[in-house]
Design a protein. Structure first.
Length: 240
């Protein structure tokens, strides 16, 4: 579904991402973890068209989307959320999501129907008429996911959608991610909460200093000595 081939990104003298390869199959959830500054968000930005990679290719369903602008990548079927959630505060929840749907259709009635469907999936349907600015943080995170879903993605990139949520909100967000996958969407998720990564991921990719440090099944990756040393810490096995 999504294939990243040898992506690198250079910022001046800093190689933020270095020759990363990864694949995500249909309906698969891949967790992307690593220390702060490892290059995870930069990799997302290269995939989603925020800026072009310095080297490498991104393929969506076998077609190159490398170097396309963000709205073109979105139209091709890849959507993302941002770490910092920025809804149009004055618009209603529904209208914020309609803005996402307009990327796929210029028929307003159709966009509204797609937006309403997304809000049902994310559990925000009963808040559709309130101003987006009035939503508390968990609601704003759901709104961000709704906007991405309204673009009808085949692949969804989630960037720390659980940050700032309390434990019961996190459990609900895990169920939401599973529900999105059940709709056939492939997901690449950056998340620091290991509870979340182990719950949702079919596979985990670990980045460190811009490069891929490890990849595999959650149980294998979380017991990998190099991963424990670089990211999880020696206490993880005992307490994680
Ligand atoms: N636009 C940019 N210009 C210059 N340097 C950048 C830019 N974006 C990121 N960097 C640098 O690239 C490196 C990787 O950053 P990145 O945000 O991708 O890491 P990350 O793994 O997502 O970290 P975190 O978990 O803290 O979000 C960092 O050293 C960062 O300072």
């Amino acid at each position: 579904m999504l294939e990243v081939r040898g992506i690198s990104k250079q910022f001046g003298g800093l190689r933020a991402v270095n020759d990363v390869h990864l694949r995500i199959g249909e309906g698969e959830i891949v967790g992307l973890i690593g220390p702060n500054g490892a290059g995870k968000t930069t990799l997302f930005n290269c995939i989603a068209g925020a800026f072009p990679p310095t080297e490498g290719q991104v393929l969506l369903e076998g077609r190159s989307i490398t170097g396309l602008k963000a709205h073109q990548v979105c139209r091709a079927g890849l959507a993302r959320t941002y770490q910092i959630v920025k809804p149009f505060g004055g618009l209603s929840v529904l209208d914020n999501v309609v803005v996402g749907a307009i990327n796929q259709t210029h028929n307003i009635a159709e966009a509204r129907r797609i937006a309403e469907e997304a809000l049902v999936l994310t559990g925000l349907a009963d808040r559709r008429d309130v101003p987006a600015a009035s939503l508390p943080l968990p609601g704003r995170k759901r709104l961000e996911i709704s906007r991405a879903l309204a673009t009808r993605p085949k692949v969804l990139l989630l960037d720390e959608v659980m940050a700032g949520l309390n434990p019961s909100e996190v459990e609900k967000a895990i169920l939401l991610i599973e529900a999105i996958r059940a709709h056939g969407v492939s997901i690449l998720i950056i998340e620091h909460l290991m509870r979340v990564i182990t719950a949702v991921s079919d596979r985990i990719v670990v980045m460190n200093h811009g490069s891929k440090l490890a990849e595999g099944l959650p149980t294998d990756v979380l017991n990998d000595k190099a991963v424990i040393q670089a990211y999880l810490g020696e206490d993880f096995g005992a307490h994680g």
